[in-house]
Write a protein that binds this ligand. Structure first.
Ligand SMILES: [Zn+2]
Length: 132
């Protein structure tokens, strides 16, 4: 028995935490054929929690294992689909991020992939702006 249907719930993967979340959109097969899985992942986005942090002016540091993430050359350039998340996250105010790393960050950028050790270092600095 097929569990396919002509309707599918659109979902995206959160860039920051990697969780799948529903966008609230429904996808329909053009010809109403039962061709669709229950959920269809259409791309990347931000889940409600991470969207809120982004709106509050935070950038998420997402720790990735470089050996499993492909090239880490230029930490911000890891493709999300190649990033192997270790599960560690930190949130920094964008202004703090710019001061610490001396790199500009675009307003639209919600997260930065970092190598293991970066978050440890931040925590050992005990910067009061580190949240999470
Ligand atoms: Zn998320």
């Amino acid at each position: 028995m097929s569990d396919k249907s002509y309707v599918s719930l659109e979902q995206r993967l959160c860039l920051v935490c990697g969780a799948a979340f529903e966008t609230g959109a429904i996808l329909l097969d053009q010809r109403l054929r039962a061709s669709l899985e229950r959920h269809t992942t259409t791309g990347w986005g931000l889940c409600a929690d991470d969207q809120k942090r982004f709106d509050d002016g935070f950038v998420a540091l997402v720790e990735c294992d470089p050996r499993r993430s492909g090239s880490m050359a230029g930490a911000t350039r890891v493709k999300p689909e190649h990033a192997y998340r270790t599960g560690r996250l930190a949130h920094l105010r964008r202004t703090v991020f710019t001061q610490l790393f001396h790199v500009p960050i675009e307003d639209v950028q919600a997260c930065v992939f970092v190598e293991p050790g970066v978050i440890d270092r931040l925590e050992s600095m005990a910067a009061p702006a580190v949240d999470g």
